[in-house]
Write a protein that binds this ligand. Sequence first.
Ligand SMILES: [Zn+2]
Length: 274
Amino acid sequence: MDRNHVLEKLANISSYNRCVRTVAYMLRFVQITHMKRKFETTLSSEELRNASYCIIWNIQQLSFVEDIRQLQKDQPLRSHLKFLNPLLDRSTGFSLIRVGGRLDNVEFENFEKHPILLPSKSHFVWIYVRHLHLRNCHAGPKAVVALIRLEYWIVNARDLARRIVRTCMACVRYKSKLERQLMGSLPVERLRPEHHIDFCGPINTYVRIRGRGPTKSYLAVFICLASKAVHIEVVSQLYTKAFWLHSNEWLLGERCPLTSIVIMELTSWVQQRS
Ligand SMILES: [Zn+2]
């Protein structure tokens, strides 16, 4: 069997939901014309599930025709599918190949123990996996494979998931690398042992006296521009006296001989001069 009319009709549809709904309406049309059955105006979940089983049955009939024939005759498989220990399941109304596996004794649902087998080279399988990727907030390949395995076993699912994530325009844009500019020459201050002083804060400090509210304190940040070493001192007030009181030891210490100091925002320092 080389051609399948149902799958050919779906080849031009790029939405998973629209594919399933199209086949659901086709099945409904058959039932109305042949069985004179009446339906509600909207599609039921059962009709949608039947439609997806119908599509999968068509895909399997096209891709695994020889394996299905051998399974129907209870003959051992010759293809690579034999390692999956497949079995034919007719409980859905369609004769579908499921993966046998080794989970017979687990207390899972049947569709989890024996996922439906699907080929990776199928338009419907592609749009189904892409539907999973989009519906789960652009999930990555591993998450997509885990979602697939809840119900289906797609041959080479990892490769398919990777290809779908790689071709997703939103994911490509999000993961694009930023342009890296050529760095300029280092400024003179970075090449000499100079120090930069800055203040940050205020931060609230609490004294353990009942009824005493928090007082504002500041952090004096000393940065060595050559080595990027950082030293932080707590300063109780925003006055020069307080700054010298807390920072003198470090500034004049032997461990850090100073040659020059760079102070940003000099105007605010001058304004706070006491
Ligand atoms: Zn994506």
